[in-house]
Design a protein around this ligand. Structure first.
Ligand code: F6P
Length: 375
């Protein structure tokens, strides 16, 4: 008896990143080779809820390996708390209806930590799901790395290279703020690769005194400039303690009123700290007598053509996912493990952030280089 073709849905969710299209292509080419049909949902979870999709055949996959962003579009929606016509609704039942109406055998979700949580919610609603680790932050648990990270590291490193020449020419402190959300991987990697004099991470709260001391020591040795790589989540010791206290209040809150008040307080504290890199620049100028300037790298770190390493990683993970789907292996993330891939239960991924361990080998490398870490 001829077996009916498996029909698989694929979507990209969360922040975009280089390599997403390479992963769609990797999965798609392997899946079509295995006799599957593919549809691509538009704009992440929202397209899944609204059943907006496009067929993905070999023609649609052709030429997308090197294209930045995602040809499908993305969003940051949560399937259990979607804003629909001004009210928050749980849309899992709608998704199950669409999945069954389209006769899907599985759903592939390319995303980061938030997507792993959405995938687990949909698995709990009975869908066959599998995820691929995507983010420039490299903060996804139980995978060596994620596609997007290598390209963002190249971009941030090149920026630090360029900032060295202007800092040197003007005898200035140049602070560059690098993405990474609550993790310092991207800042640490680009900081080392770019030869930053100081690298400030969320995982190691800094003191202005320590940062200023490193700059003054450089001055005494004749280096009249410094480049400081600042993770967007890095904070000084006091700000870090304030955020932690505010987050603890949210976790401790019981009644709806307590939760609302605690979340409002956390938002306030977070907002007050939004300009932390500019505040640090002013403090360092006052402490050292050197002019300081700030560059926020922002979204350039997520844009453009994926580097070769990300194309290779995305192709490896995408093709591995197709073979896992063909074997009915769901409820998993396809993780990067050395030169291989590994299937990790979503329950071990969702809700777990991978932060830089204080004794990580890259931290040791920075310290051996004499890089200031602000502590
Ligand atoms: O997760 C990737 C990322 O770029 C983080 O580094 C950053 O904090 C966040 O997305 C920005 O989110 P948004 O794209 O919603 O502004």
């Amino acid at each position: 008896m001829v077996q009916a073709k498996k029909r698989i849905g694929i979507l990209t969710a969360g922040g975009d990143s280089p390599g997403l299209n390479a992963a769609i292509r990797g999965f798609g080419k392997a899946a079509i080779g295995l006799g599957m049909d593919l549809i691509g949902y538009r704009d992440g979870i929202r397209g899944l809820v609204e059943n907006r999709y496009t067929p993905l055949d070999s023609g649609a996959l052709s030429g997308i390996l090197t294209i930045g962003g995602t040809i499908l579009g993305t969003s940051r929606d949560k399937v259990h708390r979607m804003m629909i016509d001004g009210e928050t609704r749980d849309m899992r039942t709608q998704v199950v209806e669409n999945y069954e109406k389209e006769g899907l055998s599985g759903l592939v979700m390319l995303g980061g930590g938030g997507t792993a949580k959405n995938a687990l919610r949909l698995a709990g609603a009975g869908l066959n799901v599998i995820t691929l680790p995507k983010t420039i932050d490299n903060d996804i648990a139980r995978t060596d790395t994620s596609f997007g990270f290598a390209t963002a590291m190249e971009i941030a490193t090149e920026a630090i290279d360029r900032l060295h020449s202007t800092a040197h020419s003007h005898h200035r402190i140049i602070l560059t703020e690098i993405m990474g959300h609550r993790a310092g991987w991207l800042t640490l990697a680009a900081g080392i690769a770019g030869g930053a004099d100081i690298v400030l991470l969320p995982e190691i709260p800094y003191t202005v005194a320590s940062v200023a001391e490193t700059i003054k020591t450089r001055l005494i040795r004749g280096s009249t400039f410094s480049v400081v790589a600042v993770a967007e989540g890095a904070r000084d010791v006091q700000d870090s303690a304030d955020i932690e206290a505010a987050e603890l209040l949210v976790h401790a809150a019981k009644t709806p009123e307590q939760i609302r008040a605690a979340k409002a307080h956390l938002a306030n504290v977070t907002d007050e700290q939004r300009e932390h890199t500019f505040k640090l620049a002013r403090e360092l100028e006052a402490a050292t007598g050197l002019e300081s300037r700030v560059t926020i790298l922002g979204y350039v770190q997520r844009g453009g053509i994926p580097c070769a390493a990300d194309r290779l990683l995305a192709s490896r993970l995408g093709t591995a996912a197709a073979h896992a789907v063909s074997k009915g292996q769901f409820g998993m993330m396809v993780a990067a493990r050395g030169e291989d891939t590994d299937l990790v239960p979503l329950t071990e991924v969702a809700g777990n952030l991978k932060l830089v361990p204080p004794d990580h080998e890259w931290i040791q490398t920075a310290r051996k280089l004499g890089t200031g870490l602000g502590d």
